[in-house]
Design a protein. Structure first.
Length: 170
């Protein structure tokens, strides 16, 4: 089998930030996948699964309720490597256009109080796999990075046009 394009990106060059990782067309419409990279791959400790699950619940709820973006949100979910999440939106916004949304989402996470949305046996397939305090800490760390570090410089040299969509290769 061929190695899929997202596994062809040199992860030794990726740093935390917000990157367009894929652009798909569906008829005349675009769906853009963003790499919301919270950790340096293969260098920093990854986000604990309990915290990542909580981040998923809180950020997904926030995004699907955001007045400006809720109708454009297709998906928010964790990367299997636990170094960040994927955000898929309708259209073709830039990472710079997504940046204010991510700032609001991670501020919301950092300051979140109360019960984790959807963290009950009825609403979640693994409702005990949550850690709100660690999720808030991870959110605060990422928020600090977004505000203090350059976060749009994806280590790519070319776009790969495939039948499945557009990818970025280093």
């Amino acid at each position: 089998m061929d190695l899929i394009p997202s596994f062809q990106v040199d992860h030794t060059k990726i740093k935390p930030g917000i990157y367009e990782s894929r652009l798909d067309t569906i008829g005349d419409e675009f769906a853009t996948t963003f790499d919301i990279r919270m950790k340096y791959p293969n260098t920093e400790p990854v986000i604990h699964p309990n915290a990542m699950h909580t981040i998923e619940h809180i950020i997904a709820t926030f995004l699907r309720n955001d007045e400006e973006w809720k109708d454009r949100i297709i998906y928010w979910g964790p990367m299997g490597c636990l170094t960040g999440s994927y955000l898929i939106v309708k259209g073709h916004p830039t990472p710079q256009e997504i940046y204010p949304l991510m700032l609001r989402a991670f501020e919301y996470l950092k300051d979140f109080e109360g019960e984790v949305p959807g963290a009950t046996p009825v609403n979640c397939g693994n409702y005990l796999l949550h850690d709100l305090q660690m999720a808030k800490w991870e959110g605060a760390q990422y928020l600090k990075r977004l505000k203090e570090e350059s976060c749009f410089e994806y280590p790519v040299t070319e776009r790969l046009e495939t039948a499945q969509g557009t990818f970025y290769d280093s």
